[in-house]
Design a protein around this ligand. Structure first.
Ligand SMILES: Cc1ncc(COP(=O)(O)O)c(C=O)c1O
Length: 508
């Protein structure tokens, strides 16, 4: 048996060369690799609105000055990843709109879940390809601001139980975790979000998870009723797990923009009625990755009202909620629910993590909390999925959720880095302190991939192009002209990186 899938995607512009840039204008041919049994018709969905000025390299510019390795793009994922599309290359004026969409069908043996073919390459794969062929100066040590992996030391308060409870490896853990852990989590939620005593029922409203990534993914599998109609809403730009979760749950992602024009806030009023009707689940990310924007309580309450009107679930990813500045704590969804008269948290679920709060990304620990009905279904799903938290991690998590001292120290380190880095960068660019979180979401005047590639090439600093964190919707990609910088490296490295970025921007 064989399956056929339709792939739609943009063929994007390539590298800038002088006053021209290389663009892919037309699909020249599709070259199958192993495993592909048939390639169907290719349909061009939209053409770039300009004429090419050159079909050969402009005089004096060699092909090897571009990033085209062999003139093709690897496309299709998972089952269909073994395909290469070759484009005809041209050069066009810099200002030309170069987005070019194509669609074609490919057929491969049906050995796997066809939804796997919808998964996009992870941003870091694209980044590695972007950096290929660069020649950064060897006298400058590499500084990575691209990955959001906390680097401050893990706190002793959690490391001690990790060392001391190793004997617990003999016990199978319960999916819902030990009562002491659920109690620590319920207490933490109540204190942190000023909820009334007893607001969180630790028996029915809390589930420990192995980091929010797996939970955000698994959650969609448990709550989505798969159908052609089903929509899962998510911000754009966004944390890519939301999209993969929607695809594998048999739904279609719908992206709502969080753009510069809108101060990186979503505009829930602009989402059409028929979208709300088809919405089964919406992801919000507050504080946002990559934007750092925090949703106000009023905005969260508006969303809760919509969820009650149209009956969908809100998954609020709050894993950056503890990295805030000047004592201004981000509001949470459960807080907004209680304050707006919904103490049962109907349709509301929050995701929290020890990764960023407590610098424990390798321990994989977080929790999901909220609407008891939804938690019941999610617990059932997780029991079959077999993803109980190891007992040793539960012990360390109890200690971490019960301690705030190390979290305050963590915030102090970030505040120090943000203050110093922004003092260096702000004279030359629009770098601003985020509402919360550890990213600078920098608006760039040149193309973001161009910015990232040239910065790496010239200064050996890696940042992540914003367009790798977003999807193009109606011809607009809200990540364009932005790069994400994670201030996770030690203080001195962040300062060094800021000076190099400043020097680089001054040359633009
Ligand atoms: C927005 C967002 N959500 C969730 C996660 C997952 O974090 P963890 O699985 O470590 O809790 C990340 C990690 O970078 C993230 O940026």
């Amino acid at each position: 048996m064989a399956v056929t899938t339709t792939v739609t995607g943009p063929a994007c512009n390539r590298v800038r060369v002088g006053q021209l840039k290389q663009v892919n204008l037309a699909i020249a041919h599709l070259q199958p690799r192993t495993g592909i049994t048939q390639i169907g018709a290719t349909e061009v969905l939209s053409q770039s609105q300009h004429t090419a000025v050159e079909s050969q390299s402009p005089p004096g510019i060699r092909n090897d000055e571009t990033d085209m390795v062999d003139g093709g793009d690897d496309i299709g994922q998972g089952l269909f990843s073994c395909l290469k599309v070759h484009f005809r290359l041209y050069y066009a004026p810099l200002e030309a709109q170069t987005l070019h969409e194509y669609r074609y069908t490919i057929t491969a043996p049906a050995t796997m879940n066809p939804d796997l073919s919808k998964l996009q390459p992870y941003p870091f794969e694209k980044l590695a390809a972007l950096k290929a062929g660069c020649n950064p100066p060897q006298d400058l040590a590499h500084i990575a601001l691209s990955i959001g992996e906390p680097k401050h030391p893990s706190p002793e308060v959690a490391l001690k139980p990790l060392r001391e409870c190793l004997a617990l490896t003999n016990d199978y853990p319960l999916t819902k975790g030990v009562p002491e852990l659920r109690k620590a989590i319920a207490n933490w939620l109540q204190n942190r979000f000023s909820l009334p005593a007893g607001a969180i029922n630790m028996e029915t409203q809390v589930i420990p998870v192995n980091g929010t990534r797996e939970a955000l993914f698994a959650f969609a599998q448990a709550v989505v009723n798969r159908s052609d109609e089903a929509l899962v809403l998510m911000p754009n730009p966004f944390y890519q797990i939301y999209e993969g979760a929607a695809f594998l749950a048999g739904a279609t992602p719908y992206f709502y923009g969080t753009t510069r024009q809108n101060n990186y806030q979503p505009d829930f009023d602009a989402i059409p009625e028929d979208v709300w009707q088809r919405c089964q689940l919406i992801y919000v990310c507050t504080p946002g990755n990559p934007t750092g924007a925090v949703l106000s309580e009023a905005e969260l309450v508006k969303l809760i009202e919509k969820s009650l009107q149209y009956d969908f679930v809100i998954a609020s990813d709050e894993c950056y909620s503890e990295i805030y500045f000047d004592g201004i704590k981000p509001t949470g969804l459960l807080q907004a629910a209680v304050n707006s008269g919904h103490p049962d948290f109907k349709n509301c679920v929050v995701f929290h993590s020890l990764s960023k709060r407590s610098n424990l990304p390798g321990m994989r620990s977080g929790f999901v909390a909220g609407d008891a009905e939804i938690m019941k279904a999610f617990l059932l799903y997780r029991t079959y999925h077999g993803c109980a938290m190891p007992p040793v991690h539960q012990m360390a998590s109890i200690a971490a959720w019960n301690d705030e001292q190390h979290v305050a120290e963590n915030r102090r380190l970030y505040q120090q880095k943000f203050d110093a880095v922004l003092a260096i960068l702000s004279p030359v660019c629009e770098a601003q302190k985020p509402d919360a979180g550890f990213y600078i979401w920098l608006h760039t005047h040149i193309d973001d991939t161009d910015f990232a590639r040239r910065l790496f090439d010239q200064k050996n600093v890696t940042v992540l192009p914003g367009s790798y964190l977003s999807r193009t919707v109606d011809g607009q990609n809200p990540g364009n002209h932005h790069v994400r910088m994670a201030l996770v490296a030690p203080y001195d490295e962040c300062i060094d990186a800021a000076h190099r970025i400043k020097q680089f921007i001054e040359t633009l």
